[in-house]
Design a protein around this ligand. Structure first.
Ligand SMILES: O=P(O)(O)O[C@H]1O[C@H](CO)[C@@H](O)[C@H]1O
Ligand SMILES: O=c1cc[nH]c(=O)[nH]1
Length: 235
């Protein structure tokens, strides 16, 4: 047990999917896992463990943003023995070549957060995805004919922060394809604990064109992302 997690040691699988939204964690557990059981309900930041194609898999919500994510992910790695972490999130597209419903595989992550600045000072740390997971996800996307892009993500602390076209202009001009709020911390902590991590994010809205995903599309597109995460995480 931890201050934020009521699970006992052994309650989590080594492979853990990480959505921000607790209800997405529940939806994944109920719709994709065999025999899911809830292992965490503290603060309603839900966690579940079950099996996917016979392999134990957990799903744990992180909440929104890096401070919240840092708490759950640190404890999963330090206390519960997580070895493979796959974020299954939504993101905002920063490039016209990234359309809503597409998937972005975060090869590396930039941030505006100061959370890890003291840790790495005087350097700026550039966290990156586990290469085997990234390659497997890219191959899976090709095999399934999914619209998917490998590139940079931005983990921003700011959801509301002015005109996105202006705010994100410079990072977008440096191959950052999409903005979300958690991947930087997940990759950094995975590196610290010698675990594997990948962020798979579905583009829910395009910050350049203003296009947004429809509720009908949301379901089928999130399905593809979750199946990709389960396939690459368990092989
Ligand atoms: O869909 P999730 O995984 O929550 O991810 C995105 O959505 C939230 C913002 O609406 C942030 O957590 C952001 O990273
Ligand atoms: O625009 C968006 C969409 C999803 N998540 C974000 O952080 N920003």
């Amino acid at each position: 047990m931890t201050p934020h997690n009521e699970a006992e040691k052994g309650d989590y699988a080594e492979v853990i999917l990480l959505p921000g939204d607790p209800l997405r964690a529940k939806w994944i557990a109920e719709n994709f896992l065999e025999g899911p059981r809830q292992v965490n309900g503290v603060r309603n930041c839900l966690g579940f463990t079950g099996k996917w194609q016979g392999v134990p898999v957990s799903v744990q919500a992180t909440g929104m943003g890096q401070p919240s994510t840092g708490i759950y992910v640190h404890e999963l790695l330090d206390v519960y023995g997580a070895k493979t972490l796959i974020r299954v999130g939504t993101c905002g597209g920063l490039s016209t070549r990234v359309k809503v419903r597409d998937i972005v595989l975060g090869a590396a992550v930039s941030t505006d957060s100061a959370m890890y600045k003291p840790t790495f000072a005087p350097f700026t740390y550039a966290p990156f995805a586990d290469f085997e997971l990234l390659r497997a996800a890219d191959e899976y996307a090709t095999g399934q004919m999914l619209e998917s892009h490998v590139g940079g993500l931005l983990s921003s602390d700011m959801f509301y922060g002015g005109d996105p076209k202006k705010v994100f202009e410079t990072v977008a001009a440096h191959n950052v394809l999409a903005v979300e709020m958690e991947a930087y911390t997940i990759y950094t902590l995975a590196a610290r604990f010698k675990a594997r991590a990948l962020a798979i994010c579905t583009v829910s809205d395009c910050l350049v064109t203003g296009e947004e995903i429809t509720p009908e599309d949301r379901q089928s597109t999130l399905d593809s992302m979750v199946e990709m995460a389960l396939t690459v995480g368990t092989r």
